[in-house]
Structure formats: structure tokens, C-alpha cells
Ligand binder design. Structure first.
Ligand code: IPE
Ligand code: MG
Length: 230
């Protein structure tokens, strides 16, 4: 969800106004994804690297996150959306952690869609934690090195309970992944648009979905093989 800052600055507004506008996109895109039947939606809301931003921007974002969580509990329940998170949330302010826990508990039974908020999230850190966990299990004799397979790693990531990642959408034009779901993205389709996150609306989401549908996912095979398979 990139481009909040540039969107605001281009309008002579402060960066936080861009984040506020981005939060409205979060609400509308979440609702729309649910309507379209998306199984799981991960939103990269705050990266481990974002902690390095100016302190007033970080505290503004944290405040916004708290407000968002407070306002969304009922909305998520009404739409049967379960909230989970990825990332090291122990670093978040106490009140935000409390709100997060509260909404996660309240929506625990929801089955319409999973909304995964990547908060204080970094994919390398996530992989590192999984590797450490595996090393400890090997050291304790609970796991043999030859039993370490892809599923063993996948199941130790924050996204363990999510389905395969089909599509990554990046707004605001940068051609990079910025430490987002590096393991999970192996065979995902990428869609990068110049449209900024505050301007990313239902029509833009439709465009991304249409692009996704037009792709032939070959997973290393040939086009003929894919066409021949049922
Ligand atoms: C993305 O917008 C939102 C967060 C990282 C929280 P940016 O704040 O990165 O916007 P730009 O890249 O400065 O335009
Ligand atoms: Mg950015």
C-alpha cells in the first residue's frame, strides 16, 4: 500500500493526511475484496523498516492504527471477516496491541475472509524466526535435518494458516518487493500500478483482478502442458 506520502505532498498536504486517506482505501478495498470472494487479503500496513521514519510520522501512524482497529471491529464482524496479523507486534504501543488482540478475539469465528494485517512486518525477520525455531527443534532432537522440507518452513511463518499467495498488488509504481512475503511470493503474480494507495478504488481493484485472470500461471511448466491439464 504505497504512495500515501507522495499523494499528500502532491496536494500540498502533510504526509499524515495521506495516511488518513490510505486508511479509507483500506476500509473500502477490504469490503470489496470480501464482496468479490477473496479468501485472504494481506495488507502491508507497517514494515520493520518503517520504524526508522521520523518519530512524528511513526506516532501518527500508530494513532491511526489504533483508531482504525477501534472503528473496524463491528464492520469486520458484520462482514464475517476474521482479523489476524503478521509481524513482531510486541513492538507496537500497548494500546494498539490491546485493540488488535480485542478485534482478533472478536472475529475469531468469522469465515467469510481472512484479513491479515502485516504490522511491524519484515519477511527476512519472519524467515529468520522460522529458521531459529527449526534449529532449536533439531538441537532438541525433535526434528531431523532430513525432515526439513518446504512445508516445514511454510508452517512456521506468520502466514501459516493462509492459502497460497496468488496475487501481489503494489501501488504507486515502485518495482520492488520491499521485504514483503519473500518466501510466499515464489509463484505469485505481480501487479504494479502507478496509482497511489489513496486513489486505489474498486475500479482499480477490478483492473488488477482482470490482469490476474488474463495471466497463464505455468509454475515452471510449458503453456501446452497447462492447456492440456483439466
Ligand atoms: C505507504 O505510503 C504507507 C506506509 C508505509 C505506512 P508511504 O508513506 O510509503 O508513501 P510514499 O512512498 O512516501 O509516497
Ligand atoms: Mg513508500
Amino acid at each position: 500500500m504505497d504512495g500515501n506520502g507522495r499523494w499528500a505532498q502532491g496536494r500540498g498536504l502533510g504526509r499524515l493526511r495521506g495516511h488518513e486517506s490510505g486508511a479509507r482505501s483500506v476500509e473500502s478495498i477490504t469490503r470489496y475484496a470480501r464482496k468479490l470472494g477473496v479468501e485472504a487479503l494481506t495488507l502491508y500496513a507497517f514494515s520493520t523498516e518503517n520504524w526508522g521514519r521520523p518519530t512524528d510520522e511513526v506516532s501518527g501512524l500508530m494513532k491511526l492504527l489504533g483508531t482504525y482497529l477501534r472503528s473496524q471491529r463491528q464492520e469486520l464482524l458484520d462482514n464475517d471477516i476474521r482479523l489476524i496479523h503478521s509481524g513482531d507486534v510486541s513492538q507496537l504501543p500497548e494500546d494498539v496491541r490491546t485493540q488488535l488482540r480485542r478485534v482478533e478475539l472478536a472475529t475469531d469465528h468469522c469465515e467469510g475472509m481472512v484479513l491479515n494485517l502485516a504490522l511491524s512486518y519484515g519477511s527476512r525477520q519472519e524467515i529468520l524466526a522460522a529458521v531459529r525455531e527449526i534449529a532449536e527443534e533439531v538441537q532438541g532432537g525433535r526434528l531431523q535435518p532430513e525432515d526439513i522440507d518446504e512445508a516445514c518452513i511454510t508452517s512456521r511463518l506468520d502466514t501459516a494458516e493462509l492459502p497460497e499467495l496468488d496475487l501481489v498488488i503494489r501501488t504507486s509504481g515502485e518495482m520492488r518487493l520491499s521485504n514483503f512475503l519473500l518466501w510466499q511470493v515464489a509463484y505469485s503474480e505481480l501487479y504494479i500500478t502507478d496509482v497511489s494507495w489513496p486513489e486505489f478504488d474498486e475500479r482499480q481493484f477490478d483492473k488488477a483482478m482482470a490482469a490476474y485472470r488474463s495471466r497463464q500461471r505455468r509454475f515452471g511448466k510449458t503453456g501446452a502442458q497447462i492447456e492440456a491439464s483439466p
